[in-house]
Design a protein around this ligand. Sequence first.
Ligand code: FAQ
Length: 320
Amino acid sequence: MISMDTKTIDEAVELAKFEQKIANEEKIEPSDWMPEAYRKNVIRQMSQHAHSEIIGMQPEGNWITRAPTLRRKAVLLSKVQDEGGHGLYLYSATETLGITRSEMIEALQSRKAKYASIFNYPTLTWADIGAIGWLVDGAAIVNQISLQRTSYGPYARAMVRICKEESFHQRQGYEIMYELAHGTPVQKQMAQDAMNRFWWPSLMMFGPHDADSAHSGQSILWKVKRESNDFLRQKFIDQSVVQIEVLGLELPDPEIVWNEERGHYDSGPIDWDEFKRVINGGGPCNYQRIKHHKKAHQEGEWVREAVRAYRLKQQTKNVA
Ligand code: FAQ
């Protein structure tokens, strides 16, 4: 009974210290005490973010062999490699919270963990590569800039480098769109079609409306999330409308209109039934994405085996 009380008092002291750090805008570091619910929530968000980067390599990877020029191929190859790198920093940063990479991969493959719904849509034409770089990386940056101020130190630091790389990705995508939109009528049509298809799924990347967001309230209190889903979505809409005008394309949503009073663009309703269907496994490519991930993971088993053998050899050497 005495030890229980001591434990409760110790925890209360640690909790007060944790809350003070959050209030002071100090980062929570891996060796710091943190409430179990905070740890779990950050693992959930970071691991889903890592999975998104890795699964996100598939739709674009599909076009590396079909890029229209050597320059486009080199840029795309480098972009897809960057996404792989982002996944790896994020997995490593998440491991500092006491979960292993294998546990995270298991959760992804068994569909216990989610990844961004956008990557369950197919890439049908080269213009889709432009639309992904511009809109998907663009939406990712809007979100991730705010995450540079997240309260978990390793996550915040990973975001700094990731945002720099995403910015290059966004520009390469916009450049593809600009050239197509100013090319032949067929190319312009391809750009329009790609934007129309990726527009709504890009808006869904920000998650459900604030009123329906299960985690936002607590995540914002803990400063894991610094802005709400709707705030970031609006920011993305506002910046994209201006970019669409420069491209000279038709708006993908006829309800987009400037609202003088709000100082923002109004826009049409998002199809949340589609969002729910896609995050619950019913999107056009969910099955194929996980199947491909499992295959690549199995084919990479020899690398993990070699790493284990090397580690064992080093340990044996050190003991001898
Ligand atoms: N897709 O309560 P909330 C990229 C889930 S990186 C799938 O609002 P939260 C780079 C949510 O997880 C893109 N699931 O959740 C790239 C939760 O499910 P759970 C990834 C979604 O966490 C570009 C449930 O719905 N970026 O694109 C989605 O507070 C090109 C309730 O939602 C990140 O992950 C969705 N769109 O807010 C790579 C950023 N939205 O866990 C390759 C970090 C919501 O209860 C090529 N993450 N859900 O089963 C975040 O900022 C947040 O986690 C949100 C969701 C904003 C995504």
